[in-house]
Ligand binder design. Structure first.
Ligand code: ZN
Length: 191
């Protein structure tokens, strides 16, 4: 078991009702939970967890805000991606029954054995941060709706694409000529 004391809530002694916890998440968080985050730089995220303790369940809300540095999928330049998202989770205290296992599949309800005394939030914090980062990471548009991508990179990429297409075309032409030459050779030998 990894030890994430900072992200554990010892709920046994807590009063029923809402409790708020705030976590400053930097790059070292990913190392702590041994998650791969090589493509993320300058991680500066704040996660505020509202923990509502009820007798038989806990209702958790994770507010994610901040930013990460990523490489743009279109032009390759690094840029700062703002993050802003919210996730809810219900933690039920009981032994899961067969019926409840189905409910677990929808992802919003998880079960915690009744004999536990602490709940470790680190895996959920990780999961929700990853969910708040869009699959496609592209420079945002400016107020006029123009791309803020690195235009030199885009022009270079464009040129490289055109060059690759031209080479492909030349290759096709060459193959065509080879077949033509072969046909001519065959015809000559038949005569
Ligand atoms: Zn870009």
């Amino acid at each position: 078991m990894k030890y994430h004391r900072e992200f554990e809530i010892a709920y046994v002694g807590l009063k029923n009702g809402e409790h708020t916890y705030t976590y400053e998440i930097g790059k070292q968080f990913f190392e702590l939970i041994e998650a791969d985050a090589d493509d993320l730089e300058a991680v500066n995220i704040q996660v505020t967890v509202t923990f509502d303790k009820q007798p038989n369940y806990f209702a958790l809300k994770f507010d994610i805000s901040g930013s990460v540095g990523v490489a743009c999928d279109r032009c390759g330049d690094p840029f700062t991606l703002p993050l802003w998202d919210e996730f809810n989770l219900i933690v039920k205290l009981k032994e899961p029954t067969a019926e409840d296992e189905d409910a677990e599949d929808d992802g919003d309800i998880v079960f915690l054995p009744k004999n536990e005394t602490v709940i470790d939030l680190s895996e959920w914090i990780y999961e929700f941060i990853m969910l708040s980062i869009p699959m496609q990471r592209v420079h945002p548009e400016d107020a006029e709706g123009n791309t803020t991508c690195n235009k030199e990179n885009l022009a270079l990429l464009d040129k490289m694409t055109q060059q690759a297409e031209a080479e492909e075309e030349a290759e096709k032409e060459k193959n065509k000529n080879i077949w033509k030459g072969l046909d001519a050779f065959k015809n000559n030998n038949q005569n």
